[in-house]
Write a protein of this length. Structure first.
Length: 310
């Protein structure tokens, strides 16, 4: 079983108002902004503890993306051509790389500001200049070019305002909340469990014993139809994308998963709230039944219940 993503339990601790509304676990679906800020707080914590090793990351791994491998995995998992899903694959990958190159320096600055004493204790002789990771625009473009989507003028102005305006009143929601001692312990336990689980899975790869349950990474559980809106919408989105190519390309297991997932007419699917969308799902299911007759779902389904990024 997937270890529940630590922000689910950390968010209600850091944001008591969400605990009152949702209880002891808050999913990404329920409050995306709180999740993003909580996850970035964990990133800062990892940087402070030296786990990201920014210089080594840049020198030996860099900001490269294994595009051929990504395309192959996407095709094998979903039956879709990645180039057909992304409007401009090269620019999308470049934009992702550029965003990461901006995020890491920001994390090192915040980590030094908040955890300077701990950093110097754990890494004797460390200085601010050595710890901070900087990547100039010229250096980035020399290594990776400039094929990325830069922020618009309006986005730059908004970011400037957010930096200078005090975070109180309505803007308080934008303030970063760093992990507390309790949420740090949660993250450490989850981090260690994830490493153990990853090692276990790697050991199964070469022995034909690898089993990946179709779990929702947002919840750490298998989510049934109607239980998680993003899960419902992801299945509907995949169904629509495959229908446009007459269901050619995906494995029989993917098609069987779609038929099984939407095979519960009484389930409270989120798509039912929009009659036109639900009617489209029904029409595409009929098309699927006509065009392909997949076998029963196997125990090694691809992770279709993992919600797509938004």
């Amino acid at each position: 079983m997937v270890i529940p993503w630590p922000p689910n339990r950390a968010v209600p601790i850091l944001y008591p108002e969400l605990k009152k509304k949702y209880g002891d676990s808050v999913t990404f679906e329920e409050d995306k902004l709180a999740h993003v800020k909580t996850e970035f707080g964990f990133d800062v914590l990892e940087v402070a503890r030296g786990r990201y090793a920014p210089d080594s990351y840049h020198n030996f791994i860099g900001f490269g993306v294994a595009v051929p491998l990504l395309e192959e995995a996407f095709q094998e998992t979903y039956g879709l051509d990645l180039k057909g899903v992304l409007s401009d694959e090269e620019k999308v990958v470049g934009s992702y790389r550029h965003d990461v190159s901006q995020l890491i320096p920001k994390a090192t600055r915040i980590a030094w500001s908040l955890k300077k004493d701990e950093i110097m204790k754990d890494q004797p002789g460390m200085t601010k200049k050595r710890f901070l990771y900087n990547l100039s625009r010229a250096s980035y473009r020399k290594n990776w070019g400039n094929n990325y989507q830069p922020p618009s003028l309006g986005e730059r102005f908004l970011a400037f305002l957010i930096r200078i305006i005090p975070k109180f009143g309505p803007l308080k929601v934008l303030q970063l909340k760093t992990p507390t001692a309790e949420t740090e312990r949660m993250f450490e336990a989850s981090f260690n469990s994830t490493l153990d689980r990853y090692r276990q899975l790697l050991s199964q790869v070469g022995t034909d014993r690898l089993h990946l349950p179709n779990e929702n990474f947002d919840t750490g559980e298998i989510t049934a139809p109607g239980e998680y809106r993003l899960n419902d919408e992801t299945h509907a989105h995949l169904l629509d994308a495959l229908a446009k190519q007459d269901f050619r390309g995906p494995s029989p297991e993917v098609l069987a998963e779609l038929l099984e997932f939407f095979g519960h007419p009484d389930a409270p699917y989120a798509i039912k709230r929009k009659p036109k969308d639900w009617a489209k799902v029904q029409a595409e299911l009929e098309q699927l039944k006509k065009d392909a007759v997949p076998p029963a779902v196997t125990t090694a389904d691809p992770c279709l219940s993992c919600p797509s990024p938004e």
